[in-house]
Design a protein around this ligand. Structure first.
Ligand SMILES: C[S@@+](CC[C@H](N)C(=O)[O-])C[C@H]1O[C@@H](n2cnc3c(N)ncnc32)[C@H](O)[C@@H]1O
Length: 271
């Protein structure tokens, strides 16, 4: 379900507004209290100097999934306040490099301030759209992304461009919101279900697991794995701003319960 071009512009502008305000108020999307502690652990966060904004808007731990090694070049698509970029930079060390890419100015400002406070010299935050990654072909070892691809209108384009910038043998490590299985077999249309969910809170634009796999295959990836790490309750969805849910028939609500998930998605560009 790719929006047409004017809808796509409206989606990006609404997402930018939402996350520009969110980082100012430091309220997460698919997160909750102490998400950062749960995701990255007290030890990693304790290593950061005072004043670093550790707010995460993620829905999983792309950093752990990426299993980074010293010397690797990494890009984090939709890097937000920069927390995962900074933690990744510690893992790849001075011989490695980590780019953060985001389209929201307030996020980039926070991320750059954070990197300065940490004294990270092996990071750079780029302004841009993850549908057109501003890096050359075959230039990175690892693509990370945490709770961003669901927000983008043209997911196929994101995955094709991710494949383009990866070196042969390079890895994709993504945490994202995904519908477990098909959502065309419900008593109401897929469109009605998506309309009841919030796009900016990462739910309405989510791919189904089947479509995610197909798009990854189509982009050229192999060794594809999608693993559910969390299942959202209706309460979770409502508390993240999916206010129209109550308009759906009870039977549909029941079927939807637990079908919206956080997923750890990994794949590799063939050598
Ligand atoms: C849910 S937040 C996740 C931020 C970060 N990955 C984290 O875990 O905290 C989504 C981020 O993706 C960015 N974003 C959404 N769509 C984007 C796009 N098309 N291009 C670049 N950044 C985008 C937003 O500006 C926001 O910072």
């Amino acid at each position: 379900m790719t929006p047409n071009s004017s809808d796509a512009i409206a989606v990006k502008s609404a997402v930018q507004d939402h996350y520009g305000r969110a980082i100012m108020n430091s309220t997460g999307c698919c997160s909750g209290q102490s998400t950062e502690l749960l995701l990255y652990g007290a030890e990693a966060l304790a290593s950061l100097p005072e004043g670093v904004v550790t707010t995460s808007f993620g829905c999983g731990n792309a950093l752990a999934l990426a299993d980074l090694r010293a010397g690797e070049v990494v890009i984090d698509l939709g890097s937000g306040g920069g927390l995962e970029v900074i933690l990744a930079a510690q893992r790849v060390g001075p011989s490695g490099f980590v780019y953060g890419l985001d389209m929201t100015e307030a996020m980039l400002e926070t991320a750059r301030r954070n990197a300065e406070r940490v004294g990270a010299t092996n990071v750079s935050f780029l302004k841009g759209d993850i549908e057109a990654i501003p890096l050359p072909n075959q230039s990175v070892d690892v693509i990370m992304s945490n709770c961003v691809i669901n927000l983008v209108p043209d997911k196929a384009q994101v995955l094709h461009d991710a494949f383009r910038v990866l070196k042969p043998g390079g890895r994709l490590a993504v945490s994202d919101i995904v519908f477990d299985g098909d959502i065309t077999n419900f008593a109401v249309s897929e469109q009605a279900i998506r309309a009841a969910l919030s796009w900016s809170a990462c739910f309405a634009g989510a791919l189904t697991s089947n479509d995610y796999r197909l798009l990854l295959e189509d982009a050229g990836f192999e060794q594809i794995s999608l693993e559910v790490t969390r299942r959202y309750t209706l309460e979770d969805l409502r508390s993240e701003g999916s206010d129209m849910l109550q308009g759906l028939p009870d039977a549909v609500m029941h079927e939807l319960e637990g079908r919206v998930t956080s997923c750890a998605i990994s794949a590799r560009r063939p050598r």
